[in-house]
Design a binder for this molecule. Structure first.
Ligand SMILES: *[C@@H]1O[C@H](CO)[C@@H](O)[C@H](O)[C@H]1NC(C)=O
Ligand SMILES: *[C@@H]1O[C@H](CO)[C@@H](O)[C@H](O)[C@H]1NC(C)=O
Length: 581
């Protein structure tokens, strides 16, 4: 018995060490790409498949692409993990996860201290995954302390049995999200600060500086006066010089619209926010627990509140929109980049155009819907990708601004997201009313030069370039205009500024990017915009025009003319019938 008593603590330590290695390294080293069981709505090429007959249009795995993780890759934090932290091996893991993000200073390079390590994103992914499991495991303790009104005690005097885990959580927050810690003791406090009430919990967030107000003013006017949205709106700006007092007052004249300086909520000395990067941080800073983040040039055909009823949103707590299919094969090796820092992925990335070099843009982040009650940690990961050094040295080099970070961030921290299956289409007018350049066949140019080419009489060929610039309405196989996004039923929902009688889905055409036209692949792809929606669009244009007049904008003449709103003889204006043509 004596012998056993002596041996057992030793054994205990040994087995703990083994546990430390097994358990923590499980999180760190799992390598897999989940293929998932919900594959039928998108094929290997990233193209939408024909839909099986027994799937209704309301089936969520038809209407959306839902990123699903292999449950094997999602292991919860256990008591064993906490115990493992007490061992030297556990401490090594902690050191690995919290080590400096920057290269060691070298004699050859003074700047290396601000250059991120090559493996920084990989370490970040592992760190974020450990953080997520830890956060959820300690949340119960925090909630209990909140009930007793002494939540600060979690960090000041944590119970012994969880002390190493609490210390790790705090350390991970300090190295990852120091910019929230000016105003909040932890992300738990930030989480708790969000408004969950029925009236104040849901809202719209816009990021607006003085040079965006030309778009943001009509967008807001249209929200309140055309689609009559009652959702509260928070307008974020970046320091007092970003948005003038006059502009702030203009926005606040509307009911339930607040303007907020983001630098009063987050530590901008660390973040050095500018441009696109403000967006995810505004989402984080906002009081809303459920939010629609929209660009100042996004125009809705309906109350944006309908997006909270989107099935993808209700299922997983986020809904995103795809971009147009542009520039296939162009750009870097996005697949290799993702694989370099995501040891495991959901079923989604391998299906994307981005991953398969079928398009250089995947997501359109002009409108993002986010439930922070379910995805605070995912949002922190998205923000991390937009943090100062991360965006400057990696994220914005590898992708176009913030747009892809909303899904890649969630891949890093393993939280689900959904995309409405329809990709960015077009809304505009049938035929290319927009002037564009065309190279004519040589014989036509010669005929013109001989003076017998009437077709070019009003649009002469430039003799030097032999290129004709003209305005022509003859190409009836295309819709030209602005990028359009669809709701889950495939009906137009919102677009990025401009007018309209017709629309087409990305799936049905090929983009001529230079002329902003989507050319149909097969006859019948061009759809008429529903009559009611067209009226809404025209009212939005009127709001746009009012603002231009209000501004006495010198560029006023360039504003698209509002075409006459008239019903074509016999046109029914139904849901996507083809009578526009
Ligand atoms: C943050 O911690 C400090 C003490 O460390 C405490 O005084 C303060 O009340 C805490 N804040 C919140 C929101 O719990
Ligand atoms: C939430 O928002 C509502 C409506 O604006 C407000 O009345 C309420 O005080 C807010 N609650 C919190 C906790 O901020």
């Amino acid at each position: 018995m004596q012998v056993l008593k002596v041996v057992s603590p030793l054994r205990r330590t040994q087995s703990l060490r083994i546990l430390a290695i097994l358990v923590i390294f499980f999180i760190l080293a799992s390598v897999s790409r989940y293929q998932g069981s919900y594959e039928f709505s998108i094929d290997e090429d990233g193209q939408v498949q024909s839909v099986p007959s027994d799937v209704t249009e309301h089936d969520i795995y038809f209407t959306h692409h839902i990123a699903t993780f292999d449950p094997k890759d999602l292991r919860p934090w256990t008591k064993g993990d906490t115990e493992a932290l007490r061992t030297p091996e556990g401490q090594e893991v902690v050191d690995y996860l919290t080590a400096s993000s920057f290269q060691a200073p070298s004699p050859e390079n003074d700047h290396s201290a601000t250059v991120l390590r090559n493996d920084h994103f990989l370490v970040l992914t592992k760190r974020l995954r450990v953080y997520r499991t830890l956060w959820h495991s300690l949340k119960g303790y925090y909630d209990q302390l909140v009930k007793e009104g002494r939540q600060d005690q979690l960090f000041i005097a944590p119970p012994t049995e969880i002390a190493p885990a609490v210390a790790l959580l705090q350390r991970l927050e300090q190295v990852s999200f120091p910019w929230i810690l000016n105003h909040y003791n932890s992300s738990y406090d930030l989480y708790r600060s969000y408004n969950r009430s029925k009236e104040g919990g849901r809202g719209i967030i816009m990021c607006v500086g003085d040079h965006h107000t030309r778009y943001a003013r009509p967008a807001l006017k249209a929200l309140r006066e055309v689609v009559k949205s009652k959702l509260p709106v928070e307008i974020y700006y970046n320091g007092q010089y970003d948005l003038s007092a006059e502009n702030r007052a203009w926005f606040e004249q509307f009911e339930n619209v607040k303007t907020i300086d983001i630098t009063t909520v987050l530590d901008n000395n660390l973040l050095q926010l500018s441009g696109w990067a403000v967006k995810p941080f505004a989402l984080l800073a906002s009081r809303f627990s459920e939010a629609i983040l929209m660009d100042s040039d996004a125009y809705f055909l309906d109350d944006p509140a309908v997006m909270f009823e989107d099935d993808g949103y209700k299922e997983v707590g986020t809904v995103y929109f795809y971009d147009r299919t542009l520039f296939p094969g162009y750009g870097g090796d996005e697949k290799a980049w993702l694989e370099s820092f995501l040891p495991s992925m959901s079923n989604h990335p391998s299906k994307t155009r981005w991953f398969n070099r079928k398009g250089s843009h995947e997501m359109e982040s002009g409108v993002v819907v986010f439930d922070k009650r379910r995805h605070l940690l995912g949002l922190l990961a998205v923000c991390k990708m937009n943090d100062r050094h991360e965006r400057e040295q990696v994220t914005y080099v590898k992708s176009w601004g913030d747009k892809e970070t909303f899904w890649i961030g969630l891949e890093m921290i393993q939280e689900q997201y959904s995309f409405v299956r329809y990709r960015g289409g077009v809304i505009g007018n049938v035929g290319d009313a927009i002037p564009y350049k065309e190279v004519l066949p040589q014989e036509e140019i010669e005929r013109y030069n001989q003076g017998d080419a009437p077709l070019t009489a009003t649009n002469p060929i430039d003799p030097k370039t032999k290129i004709q610039t003209h305005r022509k309405y003859a190409n009836m196989d295309r819709v030209c205009g602005n990028q359009l996004h669809f709701d889950q039923r495939g009906q137009p929902l919102w677009w990025n500024s401009g007018v309209y009688t017709a629309y087409m889905k990305d799936e049905d055409g090929v983009w001529d990017f230079a002329s902003s036209c989507l050319v149909q692949k097969n006859p019948g792809a061009i759809m008429e915009v529903d009559w009611e929606q067209r009226k809404v669009a025209f009212d939005i244009l009127r709001a746009d025009r009012d603002i231009a007049v209000e501004y006495n904008n010198p560029g006023y003449k360039e504003i698209l003319e509002i075409p006459r709103l008239h019903r074509t003889e016999g046109a029914k204006g139904g849901k996507g019938n083809r009578e526009a043509i």
